[in-house]
Write a protein that binds this ligand. Structure first.
Ligand code: GTR
Length: 326
């Protein structure tokens, strides 16, 4: 684990020259992702690099370190905050404890559908939430799609709340996600995504929750075949840049980075729609058993989660404004 001292020392060593200064040669920015090569988030950040390369006549390039080469999301977030990594594509969940506004995006059953989520993150509310990253050393370049998360496990199909009793379910490292799974009557176990396959295989946990592409890409369906469509959260992905790297850019380059971020976001959504459908087909072929869930009891059971996380007037107001978006 990267200590704060070591991160600061590394950051100081890396921050000698302004990025892309006139005298400098082409600058290669490092970007982290836990997903494997070919996954829509990885491809979208590669695309960001191509657009940036083109827009800046080769001044900036991006190298994506996929498949967790730079560490789990918690670690790479810290490294990005301290300027050791320039760019990072992560889910919003691991930011929840640090930046409370991000928890709103993961709240259970908040978005009516993906279109609702897009409208929120693409509009003024998205900008407001993005602003909340800045005091923590990060600049948001785009919110990417992550579909809806559903519960999967190795024991039985989840049809009612009673089926959740006693299940050990892995969650992301976020108090919100811990609380959500516990509210459903299961036992939440936070752990990094990279450790999950073996945790499922050895029975350390019974299940987890995620979208089809994540369930498919690292073959969790091989070790947890029951996939139950709870669709309880639509916590989106976020593509961030270290503010330390950002502050070294000229205002003109910052504008180009934002533009490239927008183009990468659109590209990602296009890739996502295809991968989501393909992943569903792959898991079914691989033996996954998918079942529908009557969601109302699950929605009702989440009330304590709202009571716990939506406490301040600001958070309440944010949730109300999200609900009001048509
Ligand atoms: C995926 C998401 C990852 C990571 C993972 C997890 O859907 O794309 O960034 O958050 O879930 O559950 O850890």
């Amino acid at each position: 684990m990267l200590t704060r001292r070591r991160a600061l020392a590394l950051a100081a060593a890396l921050s000698l020259a302004p990025l892309g200064a006139a005298h400098a040669q082409s600058v290669t920015l490092r970007s982290a992702d836990i997903h494997p090569d070919g996954y829509p988030t990885v491809e979208a950040v590669k695309y960001f690099g191509q657009v940036l390369d083109q827009k800046t006549n080769g001044k900036f390039k991006v190298q994506v370190f996929f498949a967790g080469q730079l560490g789990g999301e918690k670690e790479t977030i810290e490294q990005t905050r301290f300027g050791v990594i320039d760019l990072n594509r992560v889910n919003t969940a691991p930011f929840n404890n640090l930046i409370p506004q991000t928890a709103v995006l993961g709240l259970p059953f908040l978005f009516r559908d993906v279109q609702h989520m897009y409208k929120v993150v693409d509009g003024p509310l998205g900008q407001e939430i993005a602003k909340a990253f800045e005091p923590h050393g990060l600049v948001v370049l785009g919110f990417f799609d992550s579909g809806a998360r559903s519960i999967y496990n190795s024991k039985r199909p989840i049809k009612t709340l009673a089926d959740m009793k006693g299940m050990k379910i892995r969650v992301q490292q976020s108090d919100l996600f811990i609380s959500m799974i516990n509210a459903l009557g299961a036992n939440a176990t936070p752990m990094p995504f990279g450790e999950l396959y073996s945790a499922l295989q050895t029975g350390l946990v019974d299940g987890a929750e995620n979208n089809y592409p994540s369930y498919e890409s690292v073959k969790h369906y091989e070790v947890a075949k029951y996939y139950s469509l709870t669709e309880h959260s639509m916590a989106p992905e976020v593509f961030v840049m270290s503010k330390m790297s950002w502050d070294k850019l000229s205002p003109a380059d910052q504008k180009l980075f934002k533009e490239a971020g927008k183009e990468a976001t659109l590209k990602m959504r296009e890739l996502w729609a295809k991968r989501d459908a393909d992943a569903k087909a792959v898991v079914i072929k691989g033996g996954a058993l998918i079942n529908e869930v009557d969601k109302q009891p699950f929605i009702d059971a989440m009330k304590p989660v709202y009571d716990k996380f939506v406490t301040t007037p600001e958070m309440k107001n944010l949730v109300e404004r999200i609900r009001a978006v048509q």
